[in-house]
Design a protein around this ligand. Structure first.
Ligand code: SAM
Length: 234
């Protein structure tokens, strides 16, 4: 009985805050979708709990379902020809959501073995509802990751910044120089972040679109790697 009184009291106080109704609607949608796909991703895990903490690495926190759908809807690439990579894939929510579309392959790159084990369980439970069944989760630091030679959509939900981000971006640039192809970079970031400060200065990326997400709390960004001869510095 006390539990229900607590839920009712929390819901009422949230409803009275500005935007409270939207927050409740989002929470209910999250619960419903987690249940529909059979996944459990709705947690925050600090990397200190996994003995992986580092000043440039961000904790695990899943992408918002609405935000991901907004970003995916703006992509103009042919999904059947593209590989989707999530940098810092955590418990696999973005992998599951991407695999609802007919991507050629979906790859998660995640530092933590523990989070990857959870992601694999989530993927196998969601599998009957997914269109892309070719999903791989790799336990590796993003700076060590190798990229496929296919056209690729690369997703970043604020996983890291600083030196780590610089190295990952240089690896993407090198991979593109060796094998020019379409590379789309999709970001979901807090309204202010070190990641945004860094990526917005990269001259070899063509900024395609910015959008407001999570009622202004976050921004979505879409970039494409410039093809040679289209303003790309040597
Ligand atoms: C904000 S969460 C994003 C989770 C997932 N992409 C999603 O959108 O639902 C960031 C993730 O990046 C991972 N991460 C941080 N630094 C990393 C690195 N250097 N290499 C690989 N993964 C990293 C963290 O462990 C965490 O799971």
């Amino acid at each position: 009985m006390r539990k229900y009184i607590q839920i009712a009291s929390r819901t009422t106080s949230l409803l009275m805050k500005p935007g409270g109704f939207n927050q409740i609607a989002r929470r209910l949608r999250t619960m419903a979708l987690e249940r529909y796909y059979g996944i459990e991703t709705n947690k925050v895990v600090y990397l200190s709990e996994l003995a992986l903490d580092h000043a440039e690495r961000r904790e695990y926190a899943p992408v918002d379902f609405n935000d991901f759908d907004t970003l995916l809807a703006r992509l103009t690439v042919t999904k059947e020809q593209n590989i989707f990579i999530d940098f810092g894939s955590g418990m696999g929510r973005a992998l599951v959501l991407a695999a609802r579309a007919p991507f050629k392959k979906v790859i998660g790159i995640e530092l933590s073995d523990d989070l990857n084990d959870i992601a694999r369980k989530n993927i196998s439970r969601a599998m009957p509802r997914l269109r892309c069944r070719n999903i791989e989760v790799v336990s590796i630091d993003a700076t060590e990751a190798e990229f496929p030679n296919d056209p690729t959509v690369m997703f970043f939900n604020n996983p890291f910044s600083g030196e780590i981000l610089d190295r990952v971006l240089q690896n993407i640039r090198r991979s593109h120089s060796l094998n020019p192809r379409s590379i789309t970079i999709v970001c979901n970031l807090p309204a202010k972040s070190a990641f945004y400060e860094q990526i917005s200065k990269v001259e070899w990326l063509d900024h395609k679109e910015s959008m407001t997400l999570s009622q202004g709390a976050r921004i979505g960004l879409i970039y494409e790697v410039k093809q040679r001869g289209r303003g790309l510095a040597a």
